[in-house]
Ligand binder design. Sequence first.
Ligand SMILES: Cc1cc2nc3c(=O)[nH]c(=O)nc-3n(C[C@H](O)[C@H](O)[C@H](O)COP(=O)(O)OP(=O)(O)OC[C@H]3O[C@@H](n4cnc5c(N)ncnc54)[C@H](O)[C@@H]3O)c2cc1C
Length: 434
Amino acid sequence: MKMLKQEVYFPIIIGIHFIFWAIDLSLYNGSFMEVSSDTLFFGELTNVGWDNAHRILGEVFSSWVVTVFAFNFLMATRARWVEKLFGGLDKMYLIHRRSGVIAVFLLLAHFIAVPRDLVAFNPGKPLGFYALILIIVGVILSAAPIFKRKIPYNKWINFHKLMGLFYVMAVLHGLMVSSLIKELPITRVYVFGMAFLGIAAWFYRAFLYGVFNKKLNYSINEVNDLGSGITEVKLKAKANELVYKAGQFVFVKFPSISKKEQHPFTISSHPSEGDLRVTIKGLGDYTNNLHEKIAVGEAVTIEGPFGLFTFDNLDKKEQIWIAGGIGITPFLSLIKEVGNQKNVKLFWCVKNDSEAIYKSEIEAVVAENPNIDFTVWTSDDNGYLTVDKLGLTAYKDKDYLICGPQVLKTSIMTQLKKEGVKQKQIHDEEFAFR
Ligand SMILES: Cc1cc2nc3c(=O)[nH]c(=O)nc-3n(C[C@H](O)[C@H](O)[C@H](O)COP(=O)(O)OP(=O)(O)OC[C@H]3O[C@@H](n4cnc5c(N)ncnc54)[C@H](O)[C@@H]3O)c2cc1C
């Protein structure tokens, strides 16, 4: 399936509206009128026809908002085909986040531009206003860096789930107030069809997701404190085993820490191995000192697998893999899949040798496979890794896989692009959904 990147996604969403609106308006000769309406900043409109700029623009903005949010709810269903369409859950959530911010600006533009009928009171009006405020608050809490830092993920996600209710309020507002959209046949079907899709997707995610996505039951087989704040957990299936590909991730719930929360972790074992292994760095409330919070024998539930950071998407023989810190986890699995089809150069960026906790495990795989070249890159001794240190004579015609902190990813990607490497040759995994 062809991947939908954000550079394409946003123009498509906007373009479709232009087409529908243009067809409908060019054919419309109805009688919609502003008998006595007011605009927020542009004064009153009395006995003005449907073709005033405020009415058209204000409603075009609202139709975008409906569609953008409908797709956002569709993304939240984590359906496999949606994940594939966006190139992985991590990329999908990035677009989901950006779309939310764009939708808020469109919502404000709608509020500023659209005329308000001064003659008839309608409960849809205050409903729309409350929806506007609540959606803005919801998006600010999700996107503003200060709130991202201050509000723990699990508290934020509980509030975030209410976005669906705010959306329902906004759609009801659209149905209750008089509007041009309701007079235009194509736009009406499209906008309210999208609204229905969005509400159905939210309803599924909020109430039915757990019913249709059965979790797999595992128990903890081993817990190892690897130092540097990292815990390795090996899990054994109680009944059905997870079928996964090297490089994928799962959502894990450790009920002894929280009965509600589940967190995403890459599977650091290979599908051919018995236990399912995750390797977790302490980065917050849930993951800090994990080895002290869980114990062998405890029950764990798994949901997945997800992710497209797998061999399926790699077509070049020459592979350059760059991991930063805990970003080594997908490579621990992928490296066991290399065989003799590909030549891999793996760089693991850590501060110093003591952080390279899987060095001997990787070296054992490398010893068996001459096609893999492995370097532990210690920043204390060598400074940060740059592309000129990768030892390449040519940059094009290779796949680049990067997993690690955002600064490392941005820096390496920028340098690669300067060397003429195309975006489609660079594959990266985001370790954050928010
Ligand atoms: C695809 C993917 C693969 C990952 N693989 C690994 C791995 O192999 N090893 C590893 O150590 N870490 C991995 N992570 C990161 C790990 O999920 C977070 O570090 C962990 O959830 C932090 O939880 P916390 O409550 O301790 O920290 P917090 O301080 O609450 O969270 C820190 C950040 O982690 C993210 N996060 C927290 N909770 C969740 C959640 N329930 N769902 C989604 N994101 C959340 C948010 O971006 C949050 O801002 C992965 C993340 C993703 C998205």
